[in-house]
Design a protein around this ligand. Structure first.
Ligand code: DAT
Ligand code: MG
Length: 151
C-alpha cells in the first residue's frame, strides 16, 4: 500500500544535538514522502497517551520527563511498507543492539536517549498520527516524478 503512513519523531535529544536535518534526509533519500511535520514541546497528557502501553514500566516517569524536556519534531511519512522499513532504519530500541547504519546505531549510546521515535505497527501508526496531528495538517501531494518510489 503506497498510502501507508507512519509517525516519526525526533526526540528532544535529537533536536538538541542538531540531528533533525540528517534524520529527515534519511527518509527522503530512502524514497518516502513527507506529508506532515511540526515542532512542539509535547504536553504531558499527549505523551502519556502516546506511551500508554508503557505506563507500568519503571522507566516511564523519566521517559515522560525526558520527552517533555524540550521541543520535538514530529513527522508523518508515507510510502510502501513505510512502518516496517522505518523501524529498520531507526534500529533497535537499545542503542547497544542497534546496528551501525541505523539512526540509533549511528547517533546514540543509551536507551533513554535514543534520538528518534518510529511507530511499530500500521495500527499503532494510525493511532499515533491521530494523536499528534489534525487531519488538515496532513497534506496530499503528488510526486512530479512518477517513476520514483513515492507512487
Ligand atoms: P521503541 O522506541 O523502539 O518503539 P519502546 O516502544 O519499547 O521502544 O519504548 C519507548 C521508549 O521508551 C524507547 O524508545 C526508550 C524508552 N525505553 C524503552 N525501554 C527502556 C529502558 N529499559 N530504559 C529506559 N528507557 C527505555
Ligand atoms: Mg515503541
Amino acid at each position: 500500500d503506497v498510502r501507508e503512513r507512519t509517525l516519526i519523531a525526533v526526540k528532544p535529544d535529537g533536536v538538541q544535538r542538531r540531528l533533525v536535518g540528517q534524520i529527515i534526509q534519511r527518509f527522503e533519500q530512502r524514497g518516502f514522502k513527507l506529508v506532515g511535520m511540526k515542532m512542539l514541546q509535547a504536553p504531558e497528557d499527549l505523551l502519556s497517551q502516546h506511551y500508554s502501553e508503557l505506563r507500568m514500566k519503571p522507566f516511564y516517569p523519566s521517559l515522560l520527563r525526558y520527552m517533555s524536556s524540550g521541543p520535538v519534531v514530529v513527522m508523518v511519512w508515507e510510502g510502501h511498507n513505510v512502518v516496517q522499513t522505518s523501524r529498520a532504519m531507526v534500529g533497535h530500541t537499545n542503542p547497544v543492539e542497534a546496528l551501525p547504519g541505523t539512526i540509533r546505531g549511528d547517533f546514540s549510546i543509551h536507551v533513554s536517549r535514543n534520538v528518534v521515535h518510529a511507530s511499530d505497527s500500521p495500527d499503532g501508526a494510525q493511532r499515533e498520527i491521530q494523536l499528534w496531528f489534525q487531519g488538515k495538517e496532513l497534506l496530499k501531494w503528488d510526486c512530479c516524478d512518477q517513476t520514483n518510489t513515492c507512487e
